[in-house]
Design a binder for this molecule. Sequence first.
Ligand code: ADP
Ligand code: TRP
Length: 317
Amino acid sequence: MIKKTLLSGIQPSGSLHIGNYFGAIKQFVDMQDNHNAIYMIVDYHALNSVQNKETMSKNILNLAIDDLALGLDSQKSLIFKQSDVSEHTELAWIFDTITTMPYLERAHAYKDAVANGREASVGLFNYPMLMAADILMYDVDVVPVGADQKQHVEYARDTAQKFNNVFKSEVFKLPEVKILEEVAVVSGTDGRKMSKSYGNTIPLFASDEEIEKAVMSIVTDSAGDKPGNVYAIHKLFKSEAELAPLYEENRGKYKVLKEALISDLKNFIRPLREKRERLASDTDYVLDVLKEGGKRAKMKAEKKMEIVREAIGVKLY
Ligand code: ADP
Ligand code: TRP
């Protein structure tokens, strides 16, 4: 049976939190065994917000270490960083030329920036086209991401269709988005979507003290007996059936329930943290994974771009 191609990418824009893991990375790790899996550190996307040399380099290395600690496996997946394959930005340019301003004005990332009174960079505005290039470059079937990225994958589909229509070709395959409904939005310590921009996260490699601090800060102004924000996070680690007696016995005892969550979080995070520490002591290995992956991805992208250049008529020899 031919394996389906799976692709995802994460920006090296800060530390990972459990929302990133349950919303995106876990699905990817679970799927890499029976898919042709491609995973990218999308550093050129992050350049919209990370504009400091040392921070960028550090973030890329840290994310690569995090990913390997979480089970991404270079024997099973093609792992690389976006900037090693310059064809992505080339393809994004081509997509820019067949895409209209009003269409991109409807994209969430841009709309949010404007709604928050920020002047969006052209890079942020064009962001969905670079993401479309990331995806369409590799004839991808499925893109597993958190719910907030659904629109961007739809943009990639639309762009594939548009290109194929404009250039009367079948160059690009239409990708499907894959979202696990029950973890589509992991909520943070304040009940809003967990996000590094809201400062409401539980870091994925948190120390025991950081776990305690984050859980104790969970807002518990629930109307019923069950502290909703605690339960929403707890559900990620234990089934509803396992949690039911605990929450029943401890109705209204928010401190006891938070302590139970702390203990489950510690058990989940400790082995990940230990694996991460081992990898962090061998950064040569981690950099090698990226470098080798970049070479393999580049070969694929070069081939695809030959077809694209042919389709648009610039390939004369
Ligand atoms: P953040 O919102 O913290 O900046 P990113 O935008 O870098 O996170 O997201 C990286 C990946 O993790 C994306 O695929 C995104 O959909 C997923 N993700 C981020 N936050 C959550 C969340 N709270 N619940 C589920 N998935 C999430
Ligand atoms: N836009 C995604 C995010 O912010 C990152 C991303 C870039 C991506 N290219 C991608 C995700 C391709 C999936 C596929 O999280």
